[in-house]
Design a protein around this ligand. Structure first.
Ligand SMILES: CC(C)(COP(=O)(O)OP(=O)(O)OC[C@H]1O[C@@H](n2cnc3c(N)ncnc32)[C@H](O)[C@@H]1OP(=O)(O)O)[C@@H](O)C(=O)NCCC(=O)NCCS
Length: 209
């Protein structure tokens, strides 16, 4: 059992304060609440279908995670007196290939384009790196140009375009040193550095180790 992750951490911007933490089985109501804030377009881009509500089977699948085969973290906007669920992301290891997992992220529409997807992707990469995963697979609708573009700057191992679906395998980023320095990756590197502190990741230790 992996135990050395922080139970939660905060990320603060000029306007907001976000709480980032693993998803718990008791988060079903929060998840349903967040799902209600997604546009039909976002639901379709994430789940490839449009439902009004998540089914009980989906709620169980998305929240009853073991933290080993299936890892899920969420972001709550904790700026006000009531915390609002704004993003969720997960990776699920492939049974037959334990160093690889499928990854997916969703940010509610009102909070998209503000860096939360990046924050969650960085967090999931750090967790995956600590768990010795090597590859993260993304199944993205080929029409999802924004997600495809955002993934371009990472270390892509393979990309298959099969009609409506594009499959992209990306090398896990265990720490910011694994990201090639480039103007396009600067923001991601700085977010990684911030989260590394929260995770107690020492780059020197990793390099020597
Ligand atoms: C895709 C998604 C997870 C991205 O999260 P987000 O919080 O909106 O994105 P971020 O603000 O963190 O930006 C991520 C990157 O995309 C870029 N970006 C943000 N908004 C953009 C836009 N409208 N057009 C193009 N690029 C954009 C950012 O500059 C950033 O790149 P950078 O790290 O090089 O600066 C989110 O938009 C979403 O949930 N969409 C619907 C569901 C979905 O498509 N999921 C992914 C497929 S499984």
């Amino acid at each position: 059992m992996i135990t050395d992750f922080p139970s939660h951490f905060f990320y603060t911007t000029e306007a907001s304060r976000f709480l980032i933490r693993p998803v718990h089985p008791s988060d079903k109501d929060l998840l349903q609440k967040g799902f209600a804030e997604l546009s039909e377009r976002s639901k379709y881009l994430r789940l490839f279908e449009i439902n009004n509500r998540l089914s009980d089977v989906q709620l169980n699948y998305f929240t009853e995670v073991d933290g080993i085969q299936h890892v899920a973290w969420g972001i709550l906007d904790a700026s006000g007196s009531v915390s609002i669920p704004v993003a969720i992301g997960r990776f699920v290891k492939f049974k037959e290939e334990q160093d690889m997992a499928e990854v997916a992220i969703t940010v509610i529409d009102s909070h998209q384009g503000k860096g939360l997807g990046r924050l969650l992707f960085a967090t999931l990469n750090l967790v995956a790196g600590k768990m010795d995963l090597k590859k993260l697979r993304h199944y993205v609708l080929s029409e999802n140009r924004f997600a495809l573009n955002a993934l371009k700057k990472f270390n892509i191992i393979s990309q298959k375009n099969e009609g409506t679906l594009t499959t992209i395998d990306i090398k896990v980023i265990p720490n910011h040193m694994a990201i090639p320095a480039d103007p396009k990756t600067q923001t991601f590197i700085s977010v990684m550095k911030t989260i590394e502190k929260e995770f107690g990741i020492s780059i020197n230790r990793i390099q020597k180790g």
